[in-house]
Design a protein around this ligand. Structure first.
Ligand code: NAD
Length: 484
């Protein structure tokens, strides 16, 4: 059993308040998490502040870049440990953790380190009334201590997506990982020490949200900015905390993303793409598709094909051969998802596939397993269509015209992502411009170029991260005006 301690100023800090960490595959107790209280959160934030003014703040950009490359290399050197830690916390298949979570976790340090080496700055020459000139130029300076609040669905990937640019820009961080997935953030502390990142640059405090480490961190007056990935409702609470002291926020929030399949699409690719979008990571991807709209001529065929895909998954332990779907993150989350499965039946859905809890063999029966599920026949007003479920499920509805598809897709308060499947280039571009989302994929899904803007429209987020867009949040742009 692992003791997950807080990582503060380069040291491991235990507390006498602990809670259990369980493996969602079989509900086995795998660790004890040491919850940070006021004193630990305060110590972490002060350590981050001191590092900013101390050794970290004094490093040249090139030295910082080299250290962050060493962090990425350190993750890859301990690749198997990171994969095992991520698997133990989430139950996700080995293939997914080893191809997506951990490599991207390392890449997030390299891409932003390389970016800050090459940022251009704006300059303006001003002709002044006295016939002279003034030269204006921009300087990007770190924002300060960044509070990083993370979810559990892609723990290392989403955490480093924020810590990578934050550190590359010269900030220091205090990370609050999800209470369900403490392992990889903790392991990263070991890597930071191994490669010589100065104490206080990267800190981890464990705990829950309200009344615990999450809220304490967001309310700490020495935190200069808060970056958060999680539910929209949590974002509202964090925004209220950030209002005190007028601290800026960067939010990546929930979604209720639409997949739109036109009759002229490559049918097999569309089925495969929507299946990934609906079921990958057991549907626990913010970009995932829970609403599918299919043009009427291919509707029945598409429903049959996606239902077959849903029934074809192999559930089991992360490293068992052929396993391609894990459990949900916890029993608590399964209760929530099963609530929507029940609601779908009450609202009159036709259950095309799944709809309940699978029979699992002895040893796995206590895990948070759930069947991949496909429904048709629900009214658009159903909570199943309107609210984010965050499970391996989707509803498929028919549409006739492009205008109708746009109206259906846009009829939610969320606006994170969409995927559109068509072979008509005009349709593709028109949809890309009409859908109210932060990211629109055409004939693809979750195809990420880390240089591009990432974020949500409407209630799916505030701000954009990725490439140079991350600089907007992780730096202050100072203008220097020199009268010549
Ligand atoms: P969550 O909002 O419940 O929790 C996220 C984090 O916030 C956790 O670390 C939690 O402890 C903390 N927290 C909760 N209440 C808090 C408070 N009052 N103050 C400070 N911290 C608090 O989200 P989750 O269930 O962990 O993750 C799933 C959600 O994340 C889904 O809604 C999903 O769409 C969203 N998500 C969005 C993106 C994106 O990029 N837009 C990516 C991944 C996940």
């Amino acid at each position: 059993m692992t003791d997950f301690r807080n990582f503060i100023n380069g040291e491991w800090v235990a507390t006498n308040q602990t809670f259990d960490n369980r493996d969602p595959v079989d509900n086995r107790l795998i660790g004890r998490i040491h919850e940070a209280g006021d004193a630990e959160v305060d110590a972490a934030v002060r350590a981050a502040k001191a590092a900013l003014r101390g050794p970290w703040g004094k490093l040249k950009t090139q030295q910082r870049v080299e250290l962050l490359h060493a962090v990425a290399d350190g993750i890859i050197r301990r690749f198997d440990e990171f994969v095992d830690a991520e698997i133990a916390d989430t139950g996700k298949p080995y293939d997914l953790a080893s191809h997506l979570d951990i490599p991207r976790g390392a890449a997030n340090f390299k891409i932003f380190a390389d970016l800050v080496r090459n940022i251009p700055n704006e300059t303006f020459d001003l002709e002044t009334p006295d016939g002279g000139h003034a030269l204006n130029y921009g300087v990007r300076v770190p924002r300060g201590v960044i509070g990083v609040i993370c979810p559990w669905n892609l723990p290392l990937l989403l955490m480093t997506w924020k810590v990578g640019p934050a550190l590359a820009c010269g900030n220091t961080v205090v990370v609050k990982p999800s209470e369900d997935t403490p392992a990889t953030a903790t392991l990263l502390g070991e890597v930071m020490n191994e490669v010589g990142v100065p104490p206080g640059v990267y800190n981890v405090v464990h705990g829950r949200g309200p009344g615990s480490a999450g809220e304490k961190l967001t309310r700490h007056p020495l935190v200069d900015g808060i970056t958060f990935t999680g539910e929209t409702r949590t974002g509202e609470a964090i925004m209220q905390a950030a209002a005190v002291g007028v601290r800026p926020v960067s939010f990546e929030l929930g979604g209720k993303n639409a997949g739109i399949v036109f009759a002229d699409a490559d049918f097999d690719k569309a089925v495969a793409g929507i299946a990934r979008a609906a079921f990958d990571n057991t549907g626990q991807v913010c970009l995932g598709t829970e609403r599918v709209y299919v043009q009427r001529p291919i509707f029945d065929r598409f429903v049959a094909a996606l239902g077959e895909r849903a029934r074809g998954f192999k559930l089991g332990r992360p490293k068992d051969p052929g396993v391609n779907l894990g459990p949900l993150i916890s029993q608590r989350h399964r209760d929530k998802v099963l609530g929507y499965y029940a609601r779908a039946r009450e609202d009159g859905a036709t259950v095309v596939a799944g709809g309940g809890v699978p029979d699992m063999p002895d040893g796995l029966a206590a895990g948070a397993w759930i069947q991949p599920t496909v429904w048709t026949g629900l009214p658009e007003s159903s909570a199943v269509i309107q609210q984010e479920i965050f499970g391996p499920c989707c509803h498929i509805a028919p549409f006739d015209t492009e205008e109708e598809a746009v109206a259906l897709a846009n009829a939610t308060p969320y606006g994170l992502a969409a995927s559109v499947w068509t072979s008509n280039v005009g349709t593709a571009h028109r949809m890309g411009q009409a859908l109210e989302v932060g990211i629109c994929w055409i004939n693809s899904w979750f195809l990420r170029d880390l240089r591009t803007a990432f974020g949500g429209a409407k209630q799916s987020g505030i701000g954009r991260e990725g490439g140079v867009h991350s600089l907007e949040f992780y730096t202050e742009l100072r203008n220097v005006c020199v009268k010549l």
